[in-house]
Design a protein around this ligand. Structure first.
Ligand code: GAL
Length: 348
């Protein structure tokens, strides 16, 4: 189901996978299977590496930093030449990555920045500030904030604080929304606007559902919240559950990842927007960076200034995210074979 969901079978059919695995072993460390994407990301990476003549070993850390460290250590012990890692906790990997570099293993951070260590070579990701801007721009347009008018209520959600992406997305969104909050056009009735007040541990839908439910009880007894900034589809669905349980009016709501469940909600008019990040392209990019590094070439990077991990600026290659709404989901997601028409409910 998950595999089919992102159409990685499709990307497979494009290549001429070779059985030559003489390139050596690559370790792929994914954070969790709680969100739909990570297993597929791992499968797409495996496919890309096999296509380039490597052997890949993918492990999933079940949302536990200690398990991820253990798994990475075992990949180093098994002789991996490179590691592609999406961290559970971006700040937890310094020790094990020092060992990776002692063993001359290349390290590429995948989607999420690895922080607090010099022992990360490259970063492959999407432009996260842009993700936040796309979400916020959607709200600004849908709520017609620029045209003046009465205050509109909004509540704000961010992702998991242990993932650097969470603050990047939030910063991008708040750069757009803050002037409207400052002018009073947007009213955050809970007053919760600081990043530390709006994070969602583990990007969990359940954590988001509970927070939304508490906010509704405490601040919206007399009415409905007009809009919700949500950084990720699972969080959006948790928020929508709380709204439904409270019998409140559905707010204008954003999301990210174009998860199949949320795409269906967009199609049926229950979620407004999501941000599509073509993870097939990210896997291809990360694999090409590893391949170049192992061959002694310089991987193509597009940013050498933004991604300061506290110890070094990590050379980064950025991909562009795309906003998806009811009017373009078919073209963007089905048109690119990311999903089939059947998967999004457009054909039987
Ligand atoms: C982030 C990622 C998002 C979303 C989220 C929850 O790091 O950039 O696209 O997947 O994790 O898994």
């Amino acid at each position: 189901m998950l595999l089919a969901a992102v159409g990685c079978g499709d990307s497979k059919s494009e290549g001429d996978a070779t059985e030559d695995t003489s390139g050596g072993l690559i370790g792929i460390s994914m954070p969790t299977d709680d969100q739909a994407r990570w297993i597929t990301d791992g499968e797409n990476l495996t496919y890309q590496f096999e296509r380039l003549g490597y052997t890949a070993d993918m492990k999933v850390a079940d949302g536990q930093p200690a398990r991820q460290i253990q798994q990475i250590q075992s990949m180093i012990d098994a002789g991996a030449k490179a590691l592609v890692i999406s961290a559970v906790d971006g700040k937890s990997l310094s020790g094990v990555l020092a060992k990776a570099h002692e063993a001359k293993v290349k390290v590429v951070a995948y989607d999420r920045l690895i922080e607090g260590t010099a022992d990360v070579d490259y970063f492959a990701t999407f432009d996260g500030q842009r993700v936040g801007q796309l979400q916020a721009n959607y709200l600004v347009d849908a709520l017609e904030l620029r045209s003046g008018g009465d205050p509109v209520t909004i509540e704000l959600f961010a992702g998991s604080a242990d993932d650097n992406n969470a603050s990047v997305f939030y910063k991008g969104a708040m750069g757009v929304l803050k002037p409207f909050i400052d002018s009073g056009r947007l009213d955050v009735r809970s007053g919760q606007t600081a990043f530390t007040q709006v994070t969602t541990k583990g990007w969990s839908d359940e954590v988001a559902r509970q927070r939304m439910s508490t906010i509704l009880k405490e601040y919206y007894e007399d009415g409905n919240v007009d809009a919700v900034l949500s950084p990720y589809d699972g969080i959006s669905r948790g928020v929508l559950q709380a709204i439904k349980a409270a019998g409140a009016k559905r707010p204008v709501i954003t999301g990210q990842d174009a998860e199949i469940e949320s795409v269906k909600l967009i199609a049926s008019g229950q979620q407004d927007q999501t941000v599509f990040k073509d993870t097939r392209k990210l896997a291809e990019l990360a694999a090409s960076m590893v391949d170049a590094a192992l061959k002694g070439d310089s991987p193509k990077v597009t940013d050498t200034t933004q991604f300061d991990n506290g110890v070094k600026i990590v050379p980064t290659a950025l991909l562009e995210p795309v906003t998806v709404v009811k009017s373009n989901y078919e073209k963007v997601l089905v048109g690119s074979s990311y999903y089939s028409a059947q998967q999004v409910g457009l054909a039987s």
